[in-house]
Design a binder for this molecule. Structure first.
Ligand SMILES: *Cc1c(COP(=O)(O)O)cnc(C)c1O
Length: 376
């Protein structure tokens, strides 16, 4: 076979993590449902008890490691029950009472709860917005810098390489939430980050039918406590979800390409009709310059504002190809009025739109028609 580093993303994605071909065996072995494995004699070997290891996880973990860091054998990956399980595993296994951590002030909506828990454990939490480099002002003495880029739902972007260099110079580790970009859109480990962490619930798996998360890292000593955390908390993925996730990776490049193109087309079509329009792929977006340097696809999310809550609700109602639902990254387009959750600092009419794999013209037509109906 060709060297893994030398092929295109689509080629890599269809084969990522597959075991060597064995006559009469399937290409991707089915999910292994096992609480325990045969273990005569001593306790050697990879598979002993189902909370520690499972062959279905191993296949997916190899696949994600290949996508996050093609051609690198030093990078390993651990699968978790959800994105939050993966995020918590890094935060709570790396930080101790008395440590300081820098979190995004505009990050995923569960972060305020995470912050409360970290603080309760005696960890000092500092925050900085994703864009603008303010992380540098609060980095001194921190043990870990957490980045989420592009941020969700604001779609701000930060310079991963620049912040990694600054953090490492001060002795801080860096973790990047790579959920929105996916490993095909952005490779945090190649940009120097210590951890790439993501919710595979979103575009990585893309069908809106499972929750899953992962942590990828090149340093075995940093990864050991993450693995230990998974074992003691038991935040393990089910074999069925894990297998479905692996199966979904084969189409990742097709989905990412179509969804990014659809998001850009929707954003271009919305221009002039809405305010606060954001998509890192728009040439005049405040995120574009940095995004263009570190991202290879700009993602499937577009955000914008309508003048009021009522107008936003009418727009969402009028859409026929777009489901009113939370989450993002799925093959079917979704949109929601983000303010309904109360967790993000967004205006009442703020919409987060996630482009699916529908035909571009159909999607754009539906969005413009719904916009017109909501305005009339
Ligand atoms: C959804 C999401 C998470 C949490 O992932 P779950 O799989 O829902 O636990 C974390 N970070 C980002 C950026 C997300 O969008």
């Amino acid at each position: 076979m060709t060297e893994p580093g030398s092929v295109g993303d689509g080629t890599r994605a269809v084969r990522a993590g597959l075991p060597d071909a064995v006559k009469n065996e399937p290409t991707l072995p089915g999910p292994v449902f096992a609480a325990h494995f045969h273990l005569p004699g001593d306790v050697s070997g990879p598979y002993r008890y189902g909370r520690d290891e499972n062959p279905t996880w191993t296949h997916l973990e190899r696949a994600v490691a290949e996508l996050e860091a093609p051609g690198r054998s030093d990078v390993s990956c651990l699968a978790f029950a959800s994105g939050m399980a993966a995020i918590s595993a890094v935060l709570f296994s790396q930080l101790r009472a008395g440590d300081a951590v820098v979190l995004p002030s505009d990050g995923y909506q569960v972060f305020p709860l995470v912050r409360e828990q970290l603080t309760a454990y005696g960890i000092e939490v500092r925050t900085a917005p994703t864009a603008g480099g303010a992380q540098l002002d609060v980095l001194d003495g921190a043990r870990l810098l957490w980045l989420e880029t592009p941020s969700n739902p604001g779609l701000d972007v930060c310079d991963i390489r620049g912040l990694v260099d600054a953090a490492h110079a001060r002795g801080a580790l860096v973790a990047v939430d790579n959920t929105l970009a996916t490993p095909l859109g952005q490779r945090p480990l190649a940009l120097g980050a210590d951890f790439s962490v993501a919710s595979a619930t979103k575009q990585l798996t893309g069908h809106g039918d499972l929750l899953l998360g992962y942590v990828a890292c090149a340093d075995a000593a940093l990864m050991a406590p993450v693995r230990g955390w998974r074992k003691i908390v038991g935040a393990i993925p089910g074999p069925m979800e894990t297998w479905l996730a692996h199966r979904s990776l084969a189409t990742l490049e097709l989905r990412v390409a179509r969804q990014s193109a659809n998001a850009l087309a929707v954003a271009e079509a919305l221009r002039g009709h809405v305010t606060g329009l954001r998509h890192p792929g728009l040439p005049d977006d405040p995120s574009h310059a940095v995004a263009a340097r570190q991202m290879r696809h700009f993602g499937c999310v577009v955000s914008f504002e309508l003048p009021s809550r009522a107008r936003a609700e009418r727009f969402l109602d009028a859409l026929s190809l777009v489901d009113d639902a939370t989450s993002f990254g799925g093959v079917r387009s979704t949109a929601e009025r983000r303010g309904r959750w109360g967790g993000d600092a967004v205006p009442d009419g703020f919409i987060r739109f996630s482009a699916g794999i529908e035909n571009t013209e159909d999607l754009v037509t539906d969005v413009l028609r719904a916009l017109k109906e909501a305005t009339d």
